[in-house]
Design a protein around this ligand. Structure first.
Ligand SMILES: [Zn+2]
Ligand SMILES: [Zn+2]
Length: 347
């Protein structure tokens, strides 16, 4: 089958590799659409050495939709059929450790033990290929009316819902989202669904314009310092919840003084550097900071919300390419050409 093979950091080609074969409780799907994720770009560039991927050559990709072409007897017993239209998510956790038993399979205590745990497109073959193998725990049935390209954006939408859930956004809250990339804009929608009265997106440029066009309040951090601006808009109290989708030192440092007493920061952007934070604020004002990793049960909840348009994943799709044109697709994504947000690759 045709697949994207990254042979070393930033070096890749479309090659012919063996088609996967389904094992116990696994399926093989014909991949119809893949959405490029920021993590793919970092992984291809070699930014997570010896971790994602554990070694090269490697086929990345984890946001996809397609149809089942092979269903193992175990998967059939669980109700799956050849021809089922599905979308995937990356964590295929052990299902038996205490974190899995608690439903927090994104924190599986057997992560990295390839006998019982896989993260597709991160430490196991991903979906930039004609076919992909998945365990049944990480596939979800597509609603009849949902096309494959939109289905490929369900995984990041589920991460957005997980972010808003971890932030504990409540009706009437003012929520501030740092970073108007695809995840940030999906998080903004998820905050509204949880009842936020005000959703303020902080960013700059074309992506911030997109945030405004989608009905968010905005702050351009190049025009005004976001901390006094957020305080001004909240009668001096600060935001109830801050959702950090940028993962850089500046946004973490802005978050603490811009947060209301007793407020919570939920961070989904992965910082690549250490960040100095004023912990006195957390102690004296009972502020909270929670991490957000992937998704933990939100896939089935987010599917109908993407289908009915209340989480606007489909609206973020700006470009489509064939797998043969992957280099151009990745460059379009990385350089944000023509306002690129979600770039779809169709193998
Ligand atoms: Zn992703
Ligand atoms: Zn586990």
């Amino acid at each position: 089958m045709k697949a994207l093979v990254v042979s070393e950091p930033s070096k890749f080609a479309i090659e012919d590799i063996p088609k996967p074969v389904a094992g116990e409780n696994e399926v093989v799907a014909r991949v119809r659409a893949v959405s490029i994720c920021g993590t793919d770009a970092h992984l291809i560039a070699g930014h997570y050495p010896d971790f994602w991927p554990p070694s090269f050559p490697f086929t990345p990709g984890h946001e996809w939709a397609g149809e089942l072409v092979e269903v193992s007897p175990g998967a059939a017993a669980l109700g799956w059929h050849v021809g089922d239209r599905v979308c995937g998510t990356s964590h295929d956790a052990c299902g038996f450790c205490q974190k899995c038993v608690e439903g927090r399979y994104n924190l599986c205590e057997n992560y990295g033990n390839m006998d019982v745990h896989r993260q597709y497109g991160h430490n196991y073959q991903g979906c930039y290929a004609e076919y992909v193998l998945h365990g049944v725990k990480s596939i979800f049935r597509l609603p009849r009316e949902m096309d494959f390209a939109t289905g490929a954006v369900v995984d990041p939408a589920s991460i957005a819902l997980h972010t808003a859930n971890r932030g504990g956004v409540r009706p009437g809250d003012t929520a501030v989202v740092f970073g108007p990339g695809p995840v940030g804009l999906l998080v903004a929608d998820a905050c509204r669904l949880r009842g936020a009265a005000h959703v303020i997106v902080v960013g700059r440029g074309q992506r911030l314009e997109q945030a405004a066009a989608m009905g968010n309040e905005t702050i351009d951090f190049e025009a005004t310092h976001p901390v006094p601006e957020i305080l001004e808009r909240t009668d001096g109290h600060g935001a109830d919840v801050i959702l950090d989708c940028a993962g850089v030192a500046d946004t973490f440092q802005w978050s603490i003084p811009a947060l209301r007493k007793g407020g919570r920061i939920a961070a989904v952007g992965i910082p690549v550097q250490r960040v100095d934070l004023d912990f006195q604020e957390f102690v004296l004002y009972e502020k909270e900071l929670v991490g957000v990793r992937a998704t933990a049960g939100e896939m089935r909840h987010v599917l109908p919300l993407v289908a009915n348009g209340s989480i606007r994943a489909k609206d973020l799709i700006t470009h489509r390419f064939s797998l043969d044109d992957f280099a151009e697709a990745l460059a379009t994504f990385n350089e944000r050409r023509d306002g690129a947000m979600k770039v779809i690759v169709e193998p």
